[in-house]
Design a binder for this molecule. Structure first.
Ligand SMILES: [Fe+2]
Ligand SMILES: [Fe+2]
Length: 466
């Protein structure tokens, strides 16, 4: 436990007075950013939250009532692995780096800043959701996700301050200056500038966009820069809860939808119909796929070669150098899709995207089992990875959800069949005119969760309103 310090940590911050002062100077800026852009409402309420106080099993699952602004955001690195070696690329087998190698400094800073920027962005995106929460249980989960994304920002800012000197400190300031969706100083990546205006979007975001985060963190956990590896390994333990919120959240909406569909018109009965859920899925899946970057990428190749960013679970691959050989990707060329041979290293983004797609499919399969169990023949599905892309080889082209090329005119005609229309969004919003805050009560459009948090009952007062 390190709870006496201003900044809880397991990096022996007290031993590095300059660094400690720099981070203590950044702390008030973080707190004013939190007040300005963090969760709206409930500032004085005690929330039943999990706080990381260490990296052992007991340490990171400490639950108690806290006010969000008094949350103990800390810096925690997973324990070092003795004699850890670089697991891929040109430096395979060499000892990992404890300091930033000069020649990789710019690339590493870019990787860290790009990851870091997503953390505050999602807090900003989710800012207004408390006002329309479907239950106290869900409100608490939203706030849990929010404070942990705040901690992930701390985790990345620690790396910037500790290892990147003045430009690291400047980047840390910039992380608090950009704003999700802002016209002049937006967040770095597209999906993190998309509005999250309703809880269906929140559940799909935590299912699909936080899952991009999981795979980016898995790839960075392989890094030869050991502090980055240790930081991201611990972040992954928290990230798992975010995806739990998303997968079970969507699952509860699906389950409720299935129940209501046996009684009549789902929308008229206050539920969300499957076609609408499918459209939200199409949207958040496609913009999350964009986060993996171009199908063919020389940056990805050099990150891999330099040992900075690996593949998810690198040990599962047979060849960790990937210096030769090709993979075949179907890429657009002259108006058609043509199989093209791409060097393995240049297809690293696609390798990470493959692992992500597989993981998403498992979640969709679980939702479909709920539909099957309810006796329905309808199913949800992931659209083609060519559908609605704004980054990479398919950006600027038009494909239907099956991945068939279509014309721009057809896209314009069909877009509202495939992505949430203004009317769909307005309908979903209309289901939640206000926050539902009576312990145990649920909105009409989602089933209760199968169990509470930390062994507490469903009607537990997860956020104290009194
Ligand atoms: Fe995060
Ligand atoms: Fe997350």
């Amino acid at each position: 436990m390190f709870t006496d310090e201003k900044i809880p940590n397991n990096v022996d911050l007290a031993r590095d007075v300059r660094l400690q002062r720099a981070l203590e100077a950044w702390q008030p800026s973080f707190l004013s950013w939190w007040r300005e852009t963090g969760p709206e409402g409930f500032p004085e309420n005690d929330v039943y939250l999990r706080t990381a106080t260490g990296v052992t099993a007991e340490g990171w699952a400490h639950y108690d009532f806290v006010r969000m602004a008094e949350y103990r955001w800390g810096i925690f690195l997973a324990d070092p692995v003795p004699d850890r070696r670089i697991g891929f690329g040109d430096f395979l087998g060499q000892p990992v780096w404890q300091e930033v190698p000069g020649e990789h400094r710019t690339a590493l800073r870019r990787l860290i800043v790009t990851q870091a920027d997503t953390e505050p962005a999602s807090v900003e995106q989710q800012r207004g959701l408390g006002r329309t929460c479907p239950s106290l249980y869900d409100l608490r989960n939203l706030f849990q996700v929010n404070v942990e994304e705040g901690r992930h920002l701390w985790a990345m800012v620690y790396l910037l301050h500790r290892f990147f000197g003045r430009d690291g400190r400047e980047e840390a300031e910039e992380l608090l200056a950009r704003r999700s969706g802002h016209a002049d100083r937006p967040r770095i990546l597209g999906a993190f500038n998309e509005p999250i205006d309703d809880w269906l979007a929140f559940f799909l975001f935590t299912m699909l966009t936080d899952r991009d985060g999981k795979f980016q963190l898995l790839a960075l956990a392989e890094s030869g820069f050991d502090p980055l590896s240790r930081t991201t390994r611990f972040m992954l333990t928290e990230e798992a809860h975010h995806m739990f919120v998303g997968e079970t959240g969507v699952g509860r909406v699906v389950q409720r939808s299935a129940e209501l569909s046996r009684q009549g018109d789902v929308r008229a009965l206050g539920g969300i119909d499957l076609p609408t859920i499918q459209k939200y899925l199409n949207l958040w899946y496609s913009i999350s796929l964009d986060l993996f970057g171009g199908e063919v990428s020389t940056n990805a190749a050099s990150f891999f070669g330099a040992g900075l960013k690996g593949r998810a679970k690198e040990e599962k691959f047979a060849d960790h150098v990937a210096g030769e050989g090709v993979v075949t990707l179907e890429l657009p060329e002259g108006g058609a899709l043509v199989p093209q041979e791409v060097p393995v290293r240049s297809a690293m983004n696609e390798a990470l995207r493959d692992a992500y797609v597989e993981d998403c499919q498992r979640g969709v399969d679980r939702w479909n089992r709920l539909l099957e169990g309810a006796g329905l023949s309808d199913r949800l599905r992931l659209p083609s990875r060519r559908f609605h892309r704004r980054q990479g080889a398919f950006a600027g082209l038009f494909f239907d959800p099956d991945g068939r090329p279509i014309t721009e005119a057809e896209w314009a005609r069909r877009e509202d069949d495939w992505l949430p229309s203004a009317a769909d969004r307005a309908f979903v919003k209309s289901l939640s005119p206000r926050a539902i805050t009576r312990p145990g009560e649920m909105a009409s459009w989602l089933a209760p969760p199968s169990k509470g948090i930390d062994g507490k009952p469903l009607d537990f007062e997860y956020v104290r309103l009194g």
